[in-house]
Ligand binder design. Structure first.
Ligand code: ZN
Ligand code: ZN
Length: 442
């Protein structure tokens, strides 16, 4: 062993990695987990001969074992682990939220949109609101979720409401003596707003996109969770490929893929789309009883959700042989996607990225798709920024977006290719590189 190797191995064995669990952020743990899942840069067996500069496999092996253990434990006690490792992350997030609220002179913000509630509290349940007032964050939930909330939201004050949400908010606002005006997210329904107006004894205002704008730029923990979700998606699809064979129905194939996602400890980001042959010309086709025939094409649009964070991938396959017309369409879509991805970096106009893909398809005299070229995603599957022809603004480092151009010819075929891209400080990183994308299946 070299001195360096000895030192690192000793650090691992002496429990440095043991302390890892406490000191590492959720982000770092999840990132390591995603690497384990995608077999990226982590070796599981010692090499026969070591090349100069190669990393210590002993350390890596132990690390892999450790993260597998964390993964298993997290699946068993997800709430506990989430809470243990997430407190700092939420605190950093809230610091930004408070700065924005200060700037907008919002003393008390009532948050109704589930993804925004998760963002400021860490809570992954339903039917709950959050209130940010000064240094305090309150989660208003009910008895179905109080136990979960205590695990997931160690930095929140949890309020177990028995009656209507508006009454719980009113009671809280009354307690917060210095609050004279309350701002309600526009995501609250009109009915909710009317009820609040009757119950709350303070001036009521509304605000749009406060938390959504902050959420559009992801922090390290969110990026790690999205990377883990993308890696799980890639692995699930890899494990589903053997089931793409004549006779399988769209619905059955979607079920197989969903099962693999569940087995890997994740959930669906949205309902899986599987479309055979001409069914793929409808971008949001619902999988049915259609059976796969000899030389059918297959379009699969799906995504795993991990730790609350989504991924979103579309792949197209052909069994048997590929017709020259399908090949042409596939190649153009692939080129259009590459043209858009190439442009991604901080500061570039969003509409220019959208235009790059469309221009390429228009030049080939094939029909240009009607949907956006891509969209942001995170806690929700569709988030800001939206890549459309009339989109305003520029890309920012930390945003995670899809690029998904397509060509649709009703009655004939549909091809769409979709990948998940992180905007980095210097350019971009494709998070779904490991997802199978050879279109021809044997
Ligand atoms: Zn998709
Ligand atoms: Zn999408």
């Amino acid at each position: 062993m070299t001195r360096h190797k000895k030192r690192t191995a000793k650090a691992v064995l002496s429990g440095k990695i043991g302390r890892y669990e406490q000191s590492l952020s959720l982000a770092e743990n999840t990132l390591a987990l995603s690497k384990v899942l995608s077999n990226e840069s982590i070796r599981t067996a010692p090499p026969k001969a070591k090349r100069p500069g190669e990393k210590d496999s002993v350390v890596l092996d132990i690390a892999v074992g450790w993260f597998r253990r964390i993964y298993a434990l997290r699946q068993q006690h997800s709430g506990v682990f989430y809470a243990l490792m997430d407190k700092e992350q939420i605190a950093r997030r809230l610091k930004v939220v408070r700065q924005v609220l200060d700037k907008k002179r919002i003393r008390c913000l009532i948050i109704a949109r589930p993804a925004n509630v998760t963002y400021v509290t860490g809570f992954l349940g339903d039917d709950s609101w959050a209130v940010v007032a000064g240094v305090r964050v309150y989660l208003l939930t009910d008895s179905r979720y109080t136990e979960q909330a205590e695990k997931e939201c160690p930095s929140c004050k949890i309020i177990d409401r028995a009656g209507p949400m508006a009454d719980a908010v009113a009671k809280l606002v009354k307690r917060l003596k210095s609050v004279r005006a309350v701002t309600v997210e526009e995501s609250a329904s009109l009915a909710d707003f009317e009820q609040l107006r009757t119950a709350v004894q303070a001036r009521l205002r509304t605000a749009a996109n406060v938390i959504e704008t902050i959420r559009s730029v992801k922090d390290a923990g969110e990026i790690a969770a999205i990377q883990a979700a993308a890696s799980i998606s890639a692995r699930a699809l890899q494990q589903t490929l053997p089931y793409i064979r004549p006779g399988v129905t769209e619905s059955e194939l979607a079920g197989r893929l969903d099962f693999q996602i569940r087995k890997l400890g994740a959930r669906n980001s949205f309902e899986t789309i599987v479309a055979f042959g001409p069914n793929a010309s409808r971008p949001h086709h619902q999988p049915g009883k259609r059976k796969l025939r000899g030389t059918d094409s297959v379009l699969i649009d799906f995504g795993a959700r991990y730790d609350g964070y989504c991924s979103d991938i579309t792949r197209c396959f052909v069994v048997g042989g590929m017709s020259s017309s399908y090949r042409k369409v596939y190649d153009v879509v692939e080129q259009a996607q590459a043209a858009a991805i190439e442009m991604i970096k901080p500061g570039v106009k969003i509409k220019q990225v959208d235009a790059a893909a469309r221009k390429l398809i228009a030049r080939s005299d094939l029909p240009v798709y009607g949907h956006g070229t891509g969209h942001g995603f995170g806690l929700e599957i569709h988030e800001s920024p939206f890549l459309k022809a009339d989109a305003k603004g520029t890309l920012k480092a930390g945003q995670v977006i899809t690029i998904e151009p397509g060509i649709y010819m009703p009655g004939k075929l549909g091809v769409r290719i979709e990948d998940d891209i992180l905007v980095t400080e210097t350019g971009h990183k494709i998070l779904t590189r490991n997802c199978p994308h050879r279109p021809l299946l044997k």
